[in-house]
Structure formats: structure tokens, C-alpha cells
Design a protein around this ligand. Structure first.
Ligand SMILES: NC(=O)c1ccc[n+]([C@@H]2O[C@H](COP(=O)([O-])OP(=O)(O)OC[C@H]3O[C@@H](n4cnc5c(N)ncnc54)[C@H](OP(=O)(O)O)[C@@H]3O)[C@@H](O)[C@H]2O)c1
Length: 231
């Protein structure tokens, strides 16, 4: 495997560890201060990646909201917004989703070969679609992003994305914010599905910071030797 970007996974959960509830509308877990934390991380990133499930369920724009942060990126010779990245096996993506219709930072879709033609036909004029082989291997995907100039990647969901990346030991930093609500639905998506992860009772993760953001608590964990604690 080649070199890869620094990978920062940022997500919000309820007190009972849910990423969302089971309703059709997106559950708001963050507050304004937490959205601003996310915005600062986006502005610092070369690319932002979510799974196709999140593109379909949340319809995120994945843009930098703050005009000052966008201006600082431009002054530094970067696009106003980071590159957007998603991956799909089936290729079931709506070209009118905000992922494809907003922002200036470019869009990349990694697609398993089986869904490539469908994906290229649907969104090929709005994104670069990459045939990633029979199964999208996340290690190879990260190496490819690195070759495209992505040094710093922010991952923003969803559950399957978290499970695969953490399970493969490909996350350097986790920023987890906990919102003061219970979802209380056993079918609601949790932070992770089944798997083996880089921190366990023998190898506990390194807690680097705990910060109160109004009624939300942010925890920052280092999960690899590459963890950059900002000091
Ligand atoms: N609270 C938060 O911070 C937060 C953030 C983001 C999302 N969420 C929530 O998370 C939920 C969505 O999670 P999710 O697990 O359903 O979706 P997801 O992880 O966003 O996306 C899963 C989809 O990505 C594609 N995919 C992932 N790995 C792949 C691989 N190796 N090869 C090919 N395709 C791959 C597949 O797309 P295809 O099905 O197209 O093949 C798969 O169905 C939603 O409820 C959303 O609200 C919460």
C-alpha cells in the first residue's frame, strides 16, 4: 500500500451512541458551536469523504460555511472548499443531490466495477468517477487520494464508512461529539457496526482533549502514531 493522507474521522452521537434515529428526517445532534468546530476542520482539510448512504440519507453539502475561512483558503492558493469524495458499490446516486450540485472544490466518486457504468451515466458530468475494481479497497482509495494531492482527509460518516475505516486501522484521529439526547431506538444506526477496532481493553485509545461546546461534549482521540495533537 502506498502513502496515504492523514485521516480524521469526525462524527456526532447521542448519549446512547446513535448516529441518527429511524425517521426519514436527519436527526440534529450538533449545536452551533459544534457545527463551527466541524466547519474549522473542513476548512483545514484537502478533502471530505462520506459514504453513499450518507449522501442519500442526509443530502449533505459538505462545504465550508464561514466566509473568512473560505477567503483564507483562497489566499493560500486553495479552492474555497475541499474536494468532496464518496464511494459506492451499486452506483445509486442522485445527480441532483447537494453533493453534486454545490461547491467548487471538485467531486470524486469511487465506484466498484459492477456499478461503474450506472454511476458514470448518472453523475459523470458532475464528478470524476473512478472504477475502483471489484470491491472498493479503502487502503487503495486512500493511496489514490494521496496521489491526487490529498494530504489531509476528513471523514464525516456514516456507520459503514466508520466501521470499515476504523476496522482497517486507517483512522489517525477521532473527533467524537456527544449530544445530550437519547434516541432510544434499537434499530437506529450506531457509531459502529461489528468489527475489531484499533482500541481495545489492552490498547486503549489516547484521549487528547475533552472540550465542552455548550451542551455538547467533544472528545479527541489519537488512534495511530501519526496522530497530530496540534501542539
Ligand atoms: N451523526 C453523524 O455524525 C452522522 C454523519 C454521517 C452520517 N450519519 C448517519 O449515518 C447513516 C448512514 O450510514 P450508512 O452506514 O447507511 O451509510 P454510509 O456509511 O454513509 O454509506 C454506506 C454506503 O457507502 C458505499 N460503500 C461503503 N463502503 C464501500 C465499499 N468498500 N465499496 C463500495 N461501496 C461502499 C455503499 O454504497 P451503495 O449502497 O451505493 O453501494 C454503502 O451502502 C445515516 O442515518 C446518517 O444520518 C450520521
Amino acid at each position: 500500500m502506498g502513502e496515504r493522507p492523514y485521516v480524521l474521522l469526525s462524527c456526532s452521537v447521542s448519549l446512547d451512541g446513535c448516529l441518527d434515529d429511524v425517521s426519514d428526517t436527519r436527526l440534529l445532534l450538533s449545536n452551533e458551536a459544534d457545527f463551527d468546530r466541524v466547519d474549522a476542520l473542513r476548512a483545514d482539510s484537502d478533502a471530505i469523504m462520506v459514504g453513499a448512504g450518507t449522501v442519500r440519507s442526509d443530502n449533505p453539502r459538505l462545504l465550508v460555511r464561514s466566509a473568512e475561512r473560505r477567503a483564507a483558503r483562497v489566499a493560500a492558493g486553495r479552492p474555497e472548499n475541499p474536494l468532496k469524495v464518496t464511494l459506492t458499490g451499486r452506483g445509486c446516486l442522485d445527480p441532483d443531490a447537494a453533493f453534486f450540485t454545490t461547491g467548487d472544490g471538485g467531486r470524486l466518486v469511487y465506484c466498484a466495477s459492477g456499478g461503474y457504468r450506472r454511476t458514470a451515466a448518472a453523475v459523470g458530468d458532475r464528478a470524476t468517477v473512478v472504477d475502483a475494481g471489484d470491491e472498493v479497497d479503502l487502503g487503495l482509495l486512500l493511496a489514490d487520494l494521496y496521489e491526487r494531492g490529498v494530504d489531509r482527509l476528513m471523514v464525516e460518516g456514516g456507520q459503514r464508512m466508520h466501521t470499515q475505516l476504523l476496522g482497517a486501522g486507517l483512522v489517525d484521529e477521532l473527533q467524537l461529539s456527544v449530544a445530550p439526547i437519547f434516541v432510544g431506538e434499537s434499530c437506529a444506526p450506531r457509531l459502529l457496526g461489528d468489527g475489531r477496532f484499533p482500541a481495545d481493553p489492552q490498547r486503549r485509545a489516547r484521549l487528547a482533549e475533552v472540550r465542552a461546546l455548550g451542551d455538547v461534549v467533544l472528545m479527541r482521540y489519537g488512534l495511530s502514531p501519526r496522530f497530530d495533537d496540534g501542539c
